[in-house]
Design a protein around this ligand. Structure first.
Ligand SMILES: NC(=O)c1ccc[n+]([C@@H]2O[C@H](COP(=O)([O-])OP(=O)(O)OC[C@H]3O[C@@H](n4cnc5c(N)ncnc54)[C@H](OP(=O)(O)O)[C@@H]3O)[C@@H](O)[C@H]2O)c1
Length: 313
């Protein structure tokens, strides 16, 4: 009897009213012959019903070709849906791969951190361990994931928020996970408070909402230890005055290198595509921010090694 051949199907579980076309397009571009099913307004109560119904009809061989992509701008609900999905897998006879990238937060943060690591290594400034890093507006999906990755790299992280309690909740969560007090909060609800948040920073990452400038050129001048400044906001006004979207390790002033949002965005797409490909090759497993960062870091280290080889070092 002929073996069944299974089409790759991506099932999007989105916590938002509308499923974002962004990630569906990335998935289709990575696998043009695949199909997409999308479910919107998903919460942790509904998720198990959908997950069990996608696990069983194709049997274990078919399930290996069915990939779940959990998405949405409600970060907490995304985490709950992932938990509920994993719980289903644990109680079922077989599972699926789960890709998690809430509104690009994981892949973008992974790209931003990997790019700052790359510049640090290229400029002879060493790894991220022990570096003072300030993540401006470090409470959104991208900012808090970047802070989490910097903390995992053993950097000393400061995040800012307009609300102390909101920032502290993020810091507490990361510190608990890290088992060490790696993240602290500085409240910034007036522009004149920014200088205090960046005074010790060697790396600054602006992670604010689109169209909001978080760091002025004058504030950057006060950050006398800063060597690398990066921004993920590609909507004007940009997050850092004087840093262009396409700047890629550009020397903005003597000894300060800038990385803009579109330079980070290029690596972000590579990471997300690779995450989807890895999840598609694997029968099961969780493909989240830590896999995203592994992919980004490996790409950066490979690029640096290649450049060294070319230079005969
Ligand atoms: N480059 C790329 O490839 C890429 C990919 C995805 C997203 N992005 C960009 O990444 C950025 C962050 O995305 P996200 O989803 O994490 O952002 P977000 O949740 O919309 O905002 C991040 C943080 O910005 C702060 N904020 C909001 N409005 C502000 C204001 N008026 N003044 C000062 N701070 C304000 C908030 O912090 P507090 O309330 O704690 O102050 C918020 O938690 C966005 O600019 C997005 O467009 C870039």
């Amino acid at each position: 009897m002929a073996q069944p051949s299974f089409k790759t199907v991506f099932v999007f579980l989105d916590t938002d009213k509308y499923c974002s076309p962004f990630d569906m397009l990335v998935a289709i571009d990575a696998f043009p012959d695949s199909m997409i099913f999308k479910y919107e307004n998903v919460n942790d109560v509904d998720a198990p019903k959908i997950v069990f119904d996608l696990l069983f009809p194709r049997g274990p061989m078919g399930a290996a070709h069915t990939k779940i992509f959990v998405n949405g701008s409600n970060f907490d609900m995304v985490e709950k849906v992932v938990e509920a999905t994993q719980k289903c897998m644990a109680s079922a006879p077989w599972g699926n791969s789960i890709i998690v990238d809430p509104r690009g937060g994981y892949s973008t943060a992974a790209a931003a951190v990997a790019k700052t690591l790359g510049t640090s290594l290229e400029k002879g400034l060493g790894t991220l361990e022990g570096k003072n890093v300030t993540v401006l507006a470090g409470t959104g999906p991208v900012g808090q994931t970047a802070a989490r990755i910097y903390a995992a790299e053993k950097a000393n992280v400061t995040i800012t928020s307009r609300t102390m309690a909101k920032g502290q909740a993020v810091a507490d969560k990361i510190n608990t996970e890290a088992g060490a007090a790696r993240v602290k909060v500085v409240e910034v609800n007036k522009p004149e408070q920014t200088a205090n948040a960046v005074k010790d920073a060697e790396i600054i990452l602006a992670a604010g909402a689109g169209g909001i400038q978080l760091l002025s050129a004058d504030d950057l001048k006060t950050a006398t230890k800063c060597k690398i400044v990066a921004d993920i906001n590609a909507i004007k006004p940009l997050g850092v005055e004087g840093l262009g979207s396409n700047d890629d390790s550009k020397e903005l002033s003597a000894g300060i290198f800038g990385i803009g949002a579109l330079a980070i965005g290029k690596l972000k797409i590579k990471i997300e595509t690779n995450m989807i490909k890895r999840a598609t090759e694997a029968a099961s497993g969780l493909f989240d921010y830590s896999i995203a960062y592994d992919i980004g870091k490996a790409a950066i280290l490979k690029k640096i090694a290649k450049a060294k080889e070319k230079a005969g070092q």
